[in-house]
Design a protein around this ligand. Structure first.
Ligand code: ADQ
Length: 764
């Protein structure tokens, strides 16, 4: 790892534990390597050459694994920094008790792994979790620079992104969760304030990553149900920020395992192990001792296999390696006893003088011995009841240099999504495990090789460095830093510049979307009528002969005529299917075939009948399915299904299906606001152009405007507009200000006219 230099851009990795444990003894301070899924993966990343393409320097911030006396803290800090590029967060033993043993491992861990009956909801745990997250934030603020990319890891630090965001609004923050994110019904079991704070905490990040798409989905659902924020194409808009959420399945250091398995020392160790076990086939299981890993289920499955297949007795041995973990937590202690009893029972029932069915070891193995175990085993039996990813499954496949070996893998592990060539089982069913074991033990070598090749190729491509690089590149590209630097909120400076340009111009084009821009959305389109206040400000702007104004909207022509017919304003109706100058006639821009409407209408109606509150709006050139008044959850699910349905139906016709704000709109391809706006742009050389809109169809309008035009997007989602306003209320105030300026400008113009001077115009 490089030592950070002052000017290079750095990645700051933040995790509960640093990759070493500091031991304070009589002879002074010692640093000892510490292992574990997260630490192993991150260490591999930091030393990989490909990660250099993302950042030139690193700093790792976390707890050094023990309580360090106040007198030694300075020394530990300076050695950690100079020798390991690490910055320690010092916590007391008491801090760690309620935080780590408490909230992390007795609340979050069981709940997120679908063991709600093990979860404790203790206010002291929660208070300590908050306090430790705050300590991390305080320490981080000492160590980081504003241009650092911060990458926070795992469930211990879910409040940290928000805490950091408050203190440093512009810094880029990524968060990755290594364990599953549970479904709403599980997540909601946490007290209301806790679950809200955890989601808000995570949403402080710019990018949130999970191992699988399922976890992403569950997270979106929780955010939607608990905080009420919808996502759009994987993005959540929050105030003036956009948060991206995605799946980044974590890989392993493939080459490290693959190359090690071929090394002579490992092969030697493998041969010795094989010799001591004789002819017996080996089934291997390796995990931390944890109730989520399904160790007891695995033993039951193995027992069932011996019961159902007597021919395999004496010919197969299960080697079960269990790493001590979370010692001191009762649920873990109790499980250890159960495992030992069941191993004893099976060995007692089936064992013979010459054959022990299960060899059980309760300890961690050095890397070389672990790889030798992987290399010598005919079958790997990986049966978690729930697992974020499970790296052991991947390590086993990678270590099979001769491409033999069969992986039996639980469908509850994230890894099952990436390794479908394994024999996939449900660990809750002992007969299924038994049947899978028999198939695995009897699988022909050719089939083993075929499956292993496919999996190895995948694991080689998507290794741990690729995982980290993908995440960091995404973080770099989606950080609000990029958006914010380009799309500005409408600051006082920009506002006065616009007002000055407005005053100094004599030929202006004002383009406004209607729903969500000039008026807030209402439960049904008919209810979103213009208020007298809006009509008055529009009239005031429209009456200025220097202004040409048009409403560029999805509304149909009849509604526009009815509501705005009396104003000096032009229209682009139905997203630009037809246009009208304020003093002209309606023109249909292209001749459209709308036969498809009759065919699609019944489909939309079926969905409207199924979802209370949803309804279909028929327009001349389009059909719209509205679900704003429906139950949010039900509406969203139906909209997703309907979109799929419509996309299949319309694959061969010239029609577009658009997802808007709580609407699905179907219109002829080729209709767009950009083409409609060209009608005005080509009329004359405007010296001031203003366009305001809120949804994806308005982006088409922004795209055709000259660079100097003032374009405004309403809300926080991604846009090509130059500026943002928050909502229609903001727009109303802004337009009133413009109209006020207009009044003043009028007066001043008259004065100037009297003095026979003309307005200076600024060419665009
Ligand atoms: P873990 O729950 O720790 O990780 P896992 O992904 O299997 O689970 O990683 C365990 C690591 O420890 C592996 O690298 C393995 O080699 C090592 N290990 C296990 N037993 C060992 C033994 N007896 N001796 C030596 N080493 C041993 C958490 C989540 C997972 C997620 C990872 C990474 O719970 O779901 O896959 O983080 O995101």
């Amino acid at each position: 790892m490089n030592t950070p230099s002052a000017e290079a851009q750095r990645i700051v990795v933040v995790s509960n534990r640093l990759p070493f444990t500091v031991v304070e003894g009589e002879e002074g301070i010692a640093f000892q390597d510490s292992a574990g899924g997260v630490a192993t993966g991150l260490r591999a990343l930091l030393s990989s050459p490909s990660s250099q393409s993302v950042a030139s320097d690193y700093l790792w911030v976390g707890w050094p694994g023990s309580t360090i006396s106040a007198a030694s803290q300075e020394l530990v800090r300076s050695r950690a920094l100079s020798e390991f590029a690490c910055y320690p967060v010092f916590l007391s033993g008491a801090d760690f008790e309620n935080f780590y043993q408490g909230f992390c491992n007795k609340t979050i861990w069981p709940l997120f792994h679908y063991f709600p009956s093990y979860a404790r909801y203790d206010e002291e745990y929660w208070a300590q979790y908050r306090k430790v997250n705050e300590s991390f934030s305080t320490t981080l603020l000492e160590a980081i620079r504003p241009d650092d990319m911060i990458w926070i890891h795992d469930y211990h630090l879910m409040l940290l992104p928000h805490l950091l965001r408050k203190a440093m609004p512009g810094v880029r923050i990524g968060f990755f969760l290594h364990i599953p994110f549970p479904q709403f019904e599980i997540f909601r079991l946490m007290p209301g304030m806790w679950r809200r704070n955890i989601l808000e905490g995570l949403l402080g990040a710019d990018l949130i990553g999970f191992h699988t798409h399922d976890y992403v989905e569950y997270f979106f659902r929780c955010v939607q149900r608990i905080l009420g924020h919808e996502h759009r194409l994987g993005h959540i808009a929050l105030g003036d920020r956009v948060i991206k959420v995605g799946a980044f399945p974590m890989g392993i250091d493939f080459r490290k395992f693959h190359d090690a398995a071929g090394q002579p020392e490992v092969q030697k160790e493998r041969k010795e192990l094989c010799k001591s076990l004789g002819e017996s086939k080996i089934v291997l299981s390796v995990d931390r001792q944890d109730y989520s890993k399904g160790i007891l289920h695995r033993l039951q499955g193995f027992k069932a296999m011996l019961e159902m297949n007597p021919e395999w007795r004496g010919k197969v041995t299960l080697i079960m390696l269990v790493v001590p973990s979370r010692i001191g937590i009762e649920d873990y202690e109790g499980m250890k006893k159960q495992i030992e009893e069941l191993v004893g029972k099976i060995n007692g029932q089936f064992g013979t003088i010459g054959w022990v069915p299960i060899i059980y070891q309760y300890r961690s193995l050095p890397f070389q011995s672990l790889v030798a175990m992987y290399a010598m085993s005919d079958v790997a039996l990986v049966t978690p009841l729930r697992d974020g990813m499970n790296l052991v499954a991947k390590e086993y496949v990678a270590s099979r240099v001769d491409h033999t070996g069969v992986l039996v893998l639980s469908e509850m592990a994230g890894a099952a999504k990436e390794l479908p060539e394994a024999i996939i089982i449900n660990p809750n069913n002992r007969e299924e495990i038994a049947a899978a074991l028999k198939i695995a033990l009897e699988m022909p070598l050719a089939e083993q090789a075929q499956r292993n090749h496919v999996m190895q190729n995948r694991l080689r491509r998507y290794d741990v460095a690729r995982w980290a690089t993908d995440f960091l590149l995404e973080l770099r590209s989606t950080s609000p830093g990029d958006e914010a630097s380009r799309v500005k909120s409408f600051s006082t400076g920009a506002r006065s510049e616009l007002m000055r340009d407005f005053r100094h111009s004599s030929s202006r084009l004002l383009l406004f979307d209607y729903d969500g821009t000039l008026v807030p959305f209402a439960r049904s389109p008919e209810l979103a009528r213009p208020t007298p206040r809006l009509l008055s400000v529009l009239r005031s702007l429209a009456d200025d002969p220097c202004n040409e104004m048009a409403l560029v909207t999805g509304r149909d022509r009849a509604t526009l005529e009815r509501w705005f017919g009396a104003l000096r304003v032009g229209f682009a109706a139905e997203h630009g299917a037809c246009v009208k100058d304020w003093d002209g006639d309606w023109k249909v821009l292209k001749s459209f075939d709308v036969d498809w409407k009759a065919r699609l209408l019944p489909v939309l109606e079926i969905y409207a009948d199924r979802v209370p509150g949803a309804f279909v709006e028929q327009k001349e050139f389009s059909l719209v399915w509205h679900y704003r008044a429906a139950d949010a959850e039900q509406g969203r699910a139906a909209a997703r299904e309907l979109t799929d349905h419509l996309l299949a139906f319309t694959a061969n016709i010239n029609v577009q299906v658009l997802r808007g704000s709580k609407v699905i709109e179907i219109r002829n391809a080729g209709v767009n606001k950009g083409a409609a706006v060209q009608q005005w742009l080509s009329k004359k050389n405007f010296d001031f152009i203003l366009a305001i809109g809120d949804d994806a169809t308005d982006e088409e309008m922004f795209a055709v405007l000259p660079e100097a035009a003032y374009s405004f997007h309403i809300g926080a989602s991604l846009t090509r507009a130059r500026f943002r306003l928050s909502d229609p209320h903001d727009v109303a105030q802004f337009l009133e200000e413009l109209a006020g300026v207009h009044d003043l400008a009028e007066k001043s113009k008259q004065t100037h006219a009297k003095a026979k001077t003309t307005w200076q115009t600024q060419p665009i």
